[in-house]
Design a protein around this ligand. Structure first.
Ligand code: 13P
Length: 250
């Protein structure tokens, strides 16, 4: 299906002073990877991460951006700032940002459009809570999040977007969705994208799974037809574990 991408999401972990050596280590242990390898790092670590990734296969991503070009937005980071550093990817709409930082489907859409306009690759996160899953409305919720995220985006641009399906109940809990549960939703997302654009475009879009993906369960998850990679939290903080996941993505 889409190009395989394994991306680490460090979240609020790792110090700027640890970043250079860690990215170098990731590059070393994932050498010869058959997929794209990305480290998404905190804003203050990005400059060191980019410096370490230079002349390696590793790409660097940010964990957030603002949808305006510039201005009075204290504490925010713009697409131009990320590009100026040499960042390639940016995570948008992670459930932690939706939950703790008032991110909405509307801001996710604005940020996705800004990233595409500027040439950053957006990793757009969607996912249901445990209550929503138990109420049987997972796919309704995912459909709304996906359609709103892609609103006003052309087919040409849509093909550049990475979608990460991250069930909130599986994040940082050690409770992974089963490979069949993850496949079912990832296929559902691809069907929604086929409806919005075309079957051809939907096939080209990378759809990742995220939520307690680790060295032990990655191979099974990644063997599923509609799972084109992973967005990895905890296991991306340990280079050897991350490398096992990267190797599972063929
Ligand atoms: P964990 O892999 O720690 O569950 O985190 C997943 C995640 O939120 C990645 O964005």
């Amino acid at each position: 299906m889409g190009k395989y991408i394994i991306a680490g999401n460090w979240k609020m972990n790792k110090l700027p002073s640890e970043t250079y050596d860690f990215v170098k280590e990731v590059a070393k242990v994932t050498e010869g990877a058959k997929c794209e390898v990305v480290c998404c790092a905190p804003t203050v670590c990005l400059a060191e991460a980019v410096r370490a990734a230079k002349e390696t296969h590793v790409k660097i991503g940010a964990e957030n951006l603002h949808f305006e070009d510039k201005g009075a937005f204290t504490g925010e980071v713009s697409a131009d700032m990320l590009l100026d550093l040499g960042v390639d990817y940016v995570i948008i709409g992670h459930s932690e940002r939706r939950q703790y930082f008032a991110e909405t489907d509307e801001t996710v859409n604005l940020k996705t459009k800004k990233a595409l306009e500027k040439g950053l690759i957006p990793i757009v996160c969607v996912g249901e809570s445990l209550e929503e899953r138990e109420a049987g409305i997972t796919m309704d919720l995912i459909a709304i999040q996906t359609k709103k995220a892609f609103a006003g985006i052309s087919e040409e641009d849509a093909k550049k977007v990475v979608v990460a399906y991250e069930p909130i109940w599986a994040i940082g809990t050690g409770k992974t969705a089963t490979a069949d549960q993850a496949q079912e939703v990832c296929k559902g997302i691809r069907d929604i994208l086929a409806d919005l654009y075309s079957k051809k475009a939907a096939k080209e879009i990378t759809i990742q799974y995220g939520g307690s993906m680790n060295d032990a369960n990655a191979a099974e998850l990644l063997s599923k037809k509609d799972i084109d990679g992973g967005l990895i939290g905890g296991a991306s903080l340990v280079a050897d574990k991350f490398a096992v996941i990267v190797k599972a993505a063929k």
